[in-house]
Design a protein around this ligand. Structure first.
Ligand code: CIR
Length: 264
């Protein structure tokens, strides 16, 4: 199955440790983050998927979390409007790369709407749009209108009640084959009722964010109980170390834009 044709990432810069985070897990080690990032790229390339590596941006400590400033689909790309001042300039730095691929098929979230890609989960022709402290209702409504225009359906999912959850995808992943995986509080939402649901182990919340790359699930190292659930459900899992990105509140999905074969 070929769902991802190419991937875009951005190298973490020396300022990486200064990014937004409550800091509960200590200060990130930049050298280790860079090395883990190289391994992330290597894992993707090993699957035969080409990776475009964008240069680091020292003025934007969180800019390696490239999933947040843009949303990519087979039909359109959307430049977002990150809510925090320190990240709000990031879409401008990825626009050229996005336009090289999507040409004029690029839409944009505008103020007063705010939206970050981490809140947006695509499941085939359907979008789960998270409303969070980063993605407000105006931003969610703008995205809903855009995806509808391009033939997708959607559900809005508020995560405001879930303590400490940054983005919707911090707490869930669509892993293909009509299956979602995530925190119990999210999996209980009626929008997921028609999916096969895998609840992450209560001690392993961080494992709720992973990525499916064609036939493989790239999964964070150190969460054996949830990993076992995925394996038991028939998924092929490959683990990777991402401790330094976790310290900055980022997961595996945040580190890349995964572009499917274009349908236009
Ligand atoms: C932030 O707070 O914006 C970054 N430190 C982490 C962003 C993680 N991105 C994501 O979940 N998509």
């Amino acid at each position: 199955m070929k769902e991802i044709e190419r991937v875009i990432v951005r190298t973490p810069s020396e300022s990486f440790w200064k990014g937004l985070t409550p800091g509960l897990m200590g200060k990130a080690d930049v050298a280790l983050a860079k090395s883990q990032h190289r391994s992330y790229i290597a894992e993707i390339e090993a699957l035969g998927i080409p990776v475009k590596v964008l240069p680091e941006l020292a003025d934007f400590p969180d800019s390696c979390f490239v999933e947040d400033p843009a949303i990519v689909t087979d039909r359109v790309a959307i430049l977002t409007n990150p809510s925090d001042k320190s990240r709000n300039g990031e879409p401008a730095y990825i626009e050229e790369t996005i336009r090289e691929i999507y040409g004029s098929r690029v839409e944009r979230i505008e103020a007063p709407g705010t939206l970050e890609g981490g809140d947006i989960c695509r499941a085939e022709n359907h979008f789960f749009i998270g409303c969070s402290r980063r993605t407000n209702r105006a931003g969610a409504d703008q995205l809903a209108a855009i995806v509808t225009k391009y033939g997708f359906s959607y559900d809005l999912i508020s995560i405001l009640e879930i303590d400490g959850l940054l983005h919707l995808k911090t707490g869930m992943t669509y892993i293909g084959d009509n299956t979602v995986m995530g925190l119990e509080a999210i999996m209980a939402h009626p929008a997921f009722a028609s999916y096969r649901r895998i609840v992450v182990d209560p001690e392993e919340d961080y494992a709720a964010n992973c990525i499916r790359l064609n036939d493989v699930i790239l999964f964070p190292e150190g969460f054996p109980r949830t990993q076992a659930k995925l394996t038991a459900a028939g998924f092929k899992v490959k683990t990777i170390q991402v401790s330094e990105f976790r310290k900055q509140d980022g997961g595996l999905s945040c580190l890349s834009l995964r572009i499917p074969p274009l349908a236009f």
